[in-house]
Design a protein around this ligand. Structure first.
Ligand SMILES: [Zn+2]
Length: 133
């Protein structure tokens, strides 16, 4: 795609590479073909990484209790029916499950524009999380 080509051109330009600096005389059209091939390869690599991440998240979700069902134990405790974890009211009480930042980033990377976009939106986000309701 030409978006990929333009991004590849930009990355190579930042590294000081252009159609005249890779040891042979390339026409602009040849250079575009090289950039297209590189961006196709990058897209395939990203798709393969997404599949790996998707599989990893599937395992994570299967192995992680999100504390959906809880019950009260005595006057002080909230106890998870799923995993048995407990929270004392006098020590902050029940805390709903929140994905660790790395897992949240992995989810964003397979949903949208890939890991680069996820990293960008992480940088834009940077707000303290207050999960009190
Ligand atoms: Zn649990």
């Amino acid at each position: 795609m030409s978006d990929g080509r333009e991004r590849m051109r930009e990355l190579l330009r930042l590294e000081g590479f252009g159609p005249r600096s890779i040891g042979c005389e390339l026409t602009e059209s040849d250079y575009d073909n090289v950039l297209d091939a590189m961006s196709r390869y990058a897209a395939e690599a990203v798709a393969a990484e997404r599949e790996v991440t998707r599989g990893l998240l599937k395992v994570y979700d299967r192995e992680t209790c999100t504390h959906e069902e809880t019950h009260r134990g005595g006057a002080l405790w909230t106890i998870c029916d799923g995993c048995g974890r407990n929270w004392a009211d006098d020590q902050g009480g029940f805390q709903p499950y929140v994905d660790p930042p790395e897992v949240a980033a992995a989810r964003r990377s397979i949903e949208g524009g890939g890991a680069v976009a996820a990293r960008k939106s992480d940088a834009e986000r940077r707000t303290p999380q207050d999960s009190k309701k």
